[in-house]
Design a protein around this ligand. Structure first.
Ligand code: SF4
Length: 591
């Protein structure tokens, strides 16, 4: 590869041809300020539109300043990154951006975590000249079940567009209009709800301002907790415990399961349960479905629908309903753990404690924004009463704990309540890519072969590569498994199935990078694979620490079937734990 020699701030450096000035400076330890630029190394995604011009630098011999994130180095180039001219330019750019930005920093959802605010502080902006004459643009607030779009706050960095189109291949957001009126919007300026948006929330996770935020359900939760006529129970998803600590300054991957339980009890929840209980239940249903289809296939049935696709990620479900509706009979019909939990809570558990359905409020804490949408789907309610009433993200739980002035890091560890707080290690690993299929393999293997699995760690299914595959010996039958995280990767596997090229028997798909550990509702990770790896490590550590590591060994799941459901895939189980899918392609507008 050709090497280029240049000088930056008086220091000589040699970098490969095609390197940007920004990256060449970084290799010298010079940190040029950035705003729209984004480099998600772990995902191989780079956003470098050179649009905001905060990263401008002086290049000797050029009249105009160059945006360092989008300008490649050239032989003999002399670059200066911190002259007064550069500083003035950055300050002017920032003042222009702020002149067209709402001034609601004290109450904005991104307050304290806004890149724009941080940059304004860094550049010493204290007032905005001419602001009194600037007319604010006013856009209609676009509120969907999961995400709010406030385009008055959009600075056209286009990070969201990169995540939505390049990483997820969803195509819900793209740039429209020109000049001061340009914003990122769904095609034909429709709202998110009438676009192919899957609500994965990856746009929210990278938005540097408050232009894209989650719908806040913490007020509803506070209202429910304040109502003495209601019994309020909470379930916490597996990925939350591996990331919540980051909201309180703890290192990524610090497991805070016990502190989280104590904090939730302190907030006033009547029962603190674990979504992992329902993840074990999901494996019982989904694993039985896999074995049923596999049995028919081995017996020579050519019409059986294989590969079976996992169905616990609502953004992924939304994706295939919009983009591959002709394949909607391939995924498992098992509901997600969040919804299985809600359904069992409002029937079996409500009966056990003698509370009427309408007086039981189910709250979920999820790493996910799509779960907010999922719990509002019509098929997951009875006479208008939802199985899960409110879903809040890991970040929202962090806010709630801080609002209540609970000193999180000093809390003692407490255990989940029974019966819906008991879970196995198999359920915990649902939180990371490959975990759902590994959990299913542990149970399906034992049920299929009748043998005890001595080593439950299917390490060949683990890792962070976007698409992975492995073959597992299922008592002489080679079970071929595929795994994808990120909807762009999922699309490739689906195209293969459609074209008859897929050899897999089962495929796990999760929408977010790394699976739920990188969910749109998690503490912001900006695709940093070190953070994702630390969270995954914590999840596997919790799995290893459990005495029971196979879903079918959970004593409370065994009891649930004995007392209430009968057996997996029974009529009652189908009614309460399974679902059906819709053709949403007519809602899908291509950009
Ligand atoms: Fe939600 Fe997990 Fe799916 Fe992301 S991968 S959309 S966090 S269920």
């Amino acid at each position: 590869m050709d090497q280029i020699k240049l000088t930056i701030d008086g220091k000589a450096v040699e970098v490969p041809k095609g390197t940007t000035i920004y990256k060449a400076a970084k290799s010298l330890g010079i940190d040029i300020p950035i705003l729209c630029y984004m480099d998600l190394k772990g995902l191989n995604i780079e956003n470098k539109p050179g649009g905001c011009r905060i990263c401008v630098v002086e290049v000797e011999g050029r009249r105009n300043l160059a945006s360092s994130c989008s300008t490649d180095v050239s032989e003999g180039m002399v670059v200066k990154t911190s002259t007064i001219r550069v500083l003035n330019a950055r300050r002017t750019v920032m003042e222009l951006i702020l002149s067209d930005h709402p001034k609601d920093c004290l109450t904005c959802a991104k307050s304290g975590k806004c890149d724009l605010q941080d940059m304004a502080i860094k550049l010493g902006i204290r007032n905005i000249p001419g602001q009194e004459f600037a007319e604010m643009s006013t856009y209609r607030l676009d509120t969907s079940p999961s995400i709010i779009r406030d385009m008055d706050k959009c600075i056209m960095c286009r990070r969201c567009e990169t995540m939505c189109n390049d990483f997820q291949t969803v195509g819900a957001l793209s740039a429209v209009n020109r000049g001061f009126m340009s914003v990122v919007a769904p095609a034909f300026e429709m709202n998110l709800e009438h676009s192919p948006c899957t609500y994965c929330g990856q746009c929210v996770a990278v938005c540097p301002t408050g232009a894209l935020t989650e719908v806040d359900h913490t007020r509803n939760v506070i209202a429910a907790l304040s109502d003495p006529t209601k019994t309020v129970i909470v379930q916490t998803a597996p990925a939350v415990r591996a990331a919540l600590g980051e909201e309180f300054g703890l290192e990524p991957g610090t497991l805070v399961t016990g502190k989280m339980v104590t904090a939730l009890r302190t907030l006033g929840f009547d029962y603190v349960f674990d979504t992992d209980f329902a993840a074990d239940l999901t494996i019982m249903e989904e694993g039985s479905e896999l074995l049923g289809r596999l049995g028919k296939f081995i017996a020579g049935d050519k019409d059986v629908k294989l590969p079976i696709l996992t169905s616990c990620c609502p953004a992924w479900v939304n994706f295939f309903e919009h983009n591959f509706p002709d394949m909607k009979d391939i995924p498992s019909t098992a509901r997600s753990p969040q919804q299985m939990f809600g359904s069992i809570a409002k029937t079996y558990f409500a009966d056990k404690i003698g509370v009427k359905r309408e007086d039981l409020i189910v709250v979920s804490i999820m790493p996910c924004l799509a779960k907010k949408y999922e719990c509002q789907r019509d098929e997951f309610s009875v006479d208008g009463n939802p199985d899960v009433d409110f879903s809040i993200s890991t970040r929202e739980l962090g806010f709630l704990i801080k609002q209540a002035n609970i000193q999180f890091n000093g809390l003692p560890d407490e255990d989940f309540d029974k019966p819906m707080g008991e879970s196995t290690g198999a359920a915990v690993i649902f939180g990371t890519t490959g975990g759902v299929i590994e959990a299913a393999a542990r149970t399906a293997y034992e049920l299929h072969t009748g043998n005890t699995l001595t080593n439950v760690d299917f390490k060949e299914l683990r890792g962070l590569e976007g698409i992975r595959h492995a073959t597992i010996d299922f008592g002489g039958f080679p079970l071929k498994i595929g795994i994808a995280h990120g909807l762009g990767n999922a699309r490739k596997l689906l195209e293969d199935i459609k074209a008859g090229r897929s050899e897999f028997h089962a495929i796990e798909i999760m929408a977010c990078p790394g699976g739920c550990i990188g969910g749109g509702g998690q503490p912001l990770h900006h695709g940093d694979s070190t953070i994702l790896k630390a969270r995954a490590k914590a999840i596997y550590a919790e799995d290893e620490s459990k005495t029971l590591r196979k879903s079918h060994e959970n004593p409370y799941i065994i009891k649930l079937y004995e007392e209430f459901l009968g057996k997996p895939l029974s009529e009652k189980a189908h009614h309460l734990l399974h679902t059906h899918y819709f053709d949403k392609s007519k809602n899908t507008f291509s950009i």
